[in-house]
Write a protein that binds this ligand. Sequence first.
Ligand code: 2NL
Length: 354
Amino acid sequence: MDDLKSKYLSLVADAADEAAIEDLRVQAVGKKGEISLKMRELGKMSPEERQVAGPALNALKDEINSALAAKKVALADAALDERLRSEWLDVTLPSRDRRVGSIHPISQVTEEVSAIFADMGFSVAEGPQIESDWYNFDALNIPGHHPARAEMDTFYTHRGADDDRPPHVLRTHTSPVQIRSMEANGAPIRIICPGRVYRADYDQTHTPMFNQVEGLAIDKDISMANLKWVLEEFFSAYFGARVKTRFRASHFPFTEPSAEVDIQCSWVDGQLKVGEGDGWLEVLGSGMVHPKVLQAAKIDPDLWQGFAFGVGIDRIAMLKYGIPDLRAFFDSDLRWLRHYGFSALKVPTLHGGL
Ligand code: 2NL
């Protein structure tokens, strides 16, 4: 019995892990373990022998069980100590650098413009970028022979060989959105239509896709005086300084009379300043909506009249933020724009990353 005890206590002491302890438990006190076999022999003993051996075996079983349990706890403690020693974190290390997303400057300017016009009672209308030639041209009094309708200037969709419907176009302005709005809601109406437009043009100052915002106000007594006030109000709010405008007679098929609008500016040390000096910069086309256009949009030109205008978003974004080349908007790496003060790019990071 003493042999058994010293054998198992030393085996337990030497056990390297939990699996070894479990093996020892089965071997010593398991159903077919050495102690259990000894206990089974108690039946063959005389009562006197049994009275001595029984309690001794029980005591031995208890002792081995508690040695196993104690060793198990000791091993777990040692394992935890080892983990605490090896698995540590330097919480003072800087976090990993991450890329920071931001709002594209065109989207940002579109939001600014929409907010300013919203203050003047204009809501935002949107429509399809692939249009029928009716909405893009005919409804706007642009005749079939007009150069804008030539393949050279407009992207046309492809029709199948046996399909003789007229092809659709990528809208060349957001005017079709205004036609659709007039048709759907009637007059009076005050909307702006920002969005992507397409023209087959590519050089320093033209990209085949660009962004435009058009505005439309139709009521019983809207005049060009209202147009001038709205535009001056807009430019002043947008550029953050009182901006004068100059109207020059012009021609568009969809307005009559038509005017090109310049804003007041000056050049100081090679830098353009909007809203000061005696220079003028052309930024916008406008006019009173042509009666034929109202008619095409199911509005009675004998009852209603109004103004419309169109301006390039890219252009007014460049003017406000001093961006020299239109193609910058198509650069996927926009970090350079921080230089021009685009607020959405000034995202604070933990440790001065991007
Ligand atoms: C330009 C010219 C302009 C319009 C757009 C318009 C829309 C309707 C009816 C009449 Cl539905 N006009 N839009 C009017 C005048 C000029 O844009 O050169 N933009 C940069």
